[in-house]
Ligand binder design. Structure first.
Ligand code: A3P
Length: 288
């Protein structure tokens, strides 16, 4: 594994040093998945912390104690990050975790069991780009994004953490996981969080009272999570994430790209993404 300034390269993917080390990536490869593990897969800036919150509450059966007392990175750790494998090893089942890796780089134990439950959360890449642009300004462990135009070029070239958006989405869409995977979009969650929560519960074979569902939806709104120190990453030291520059939970809306893209940038971006997504067997709400 090659070290490149702020990153460690894992099979060509840029993984931030602050999250990943040679040791954490080796542990990731040898990770022992359990049959009842629940994994949410995301490309960065697609709503990972949102999934951490919802999964924590689903697996606790609507008990809010942990979401008010334990930071999200302990509740539902990033699988390939520094303390994750150790934290997870000692956790009782069922365990929730999140991961930014593409499909083909998942550890062998992920493939050897039939029981892994995976939720793939996708988001309009133009909104991902905008979110990532601000994240690169506040996260000192990432490269300076430069101008929006420069960052757009880097994003399209995949010279950003966890590589190209199109490669990530394609890798998870073209899989043979059958009914072990559920596809959801950020846009669907914004539109109807309760409906999506119900889909999660059905998919995971879990039940929740109507009242608990209402409470979970209310707790997982953007404003609630933004004010919850256990969910908003405000406890991360300032030299790692500078919340004065931009909040981690920044805007939490659909379509902020319209405030950032020029017509030329939009055209260029759409053409590049469309070309690379050709032939993919999926419909996304932002394409309609
Ligand atoms: P914005 O920067 O557009 O606001 P990730 O966790 O994958 O890094 O994604 C972060 C993005 O998800 C941020 O987008 C953040 O605001 C958004 N997000 C997190 N929790 C949310 C919630 N409860 N409702 C809406 N958006 C949320």
């Amino acid at each position: 594994m090659e070290k490149v300034e702020k990153y460690i390269k894992y099979h060509g993917l840029l993984c931030p040093n602050v999250m990943c080390s040679e040791d954490s990536l080796k542990r990731f490869e040898g990770f022992n998945m359990r049959d009842d593990d629940v994994i949410a897969i995301t490309y960065p800036k697609s709503g990972t912390v949102w999934m951490q919150e919802i999964l924590s509450l689903i697996l606790s059966g609507g008990d809010f104690t942990t979401v008010h007392t334990i930071p999200n990175w302990y509740r539902a750790p990033w699988l390939n990050s520094v303390p994750a494998a150790l934290v997870l090893e000692n956790k009782p089942s069922p365990r929730a975790m999140v991961c930014h890796m593409p499909y083909h780089l998942m550890p062998p134990s992920f493939f050897s069991s039939q029981a892994k439950v995976v939720i793939y959360l996708a988001r309009n890449p133009k909104d991902v780009l905008v979110s990532s642009f601000y994240f690169h300004q506040m996260a000192n462990f990432l490269d300076d994004p430069g101008t929006f135009d420069e960052f757009l070029e880097k994003f399209l070239a995949g010279e950003v953490f966890y590589g190209k958006w199109t490669d990530h989405v394609k890798s998870w869409r073209n899989n043979d996981l059958g009914d072990r995977i559920l596809f959801v979009t950020y846009e669907e969650m914004i539109k109807d969080l309760r409906g999506v929560l119900k889909r999660f519960l059905d998919f995971l074979g879990r039940e929740m009272t109507e009242e608990s569902m209402d409470q979970v939806v209310s707790h997982c709104t953007f404003s609630q999570m933004k004010n919850n120190a256990m969910s908003n990453l405000s406890m991360v030291p300032r030299d790692v994430m500078d919340h004065e520059k931009s909040s981690f939970l920044r805007k939490g809306i659909v379509g902020d790209w319209k405030n950032h893209f020029s017509p030329d940038q939009e055209k260029k971006f759409n053409t590049a993404i469309k070309q690379e997504m050709e032939g993919i067997n999926a419909e996304f709400p932002w394409d309609k």
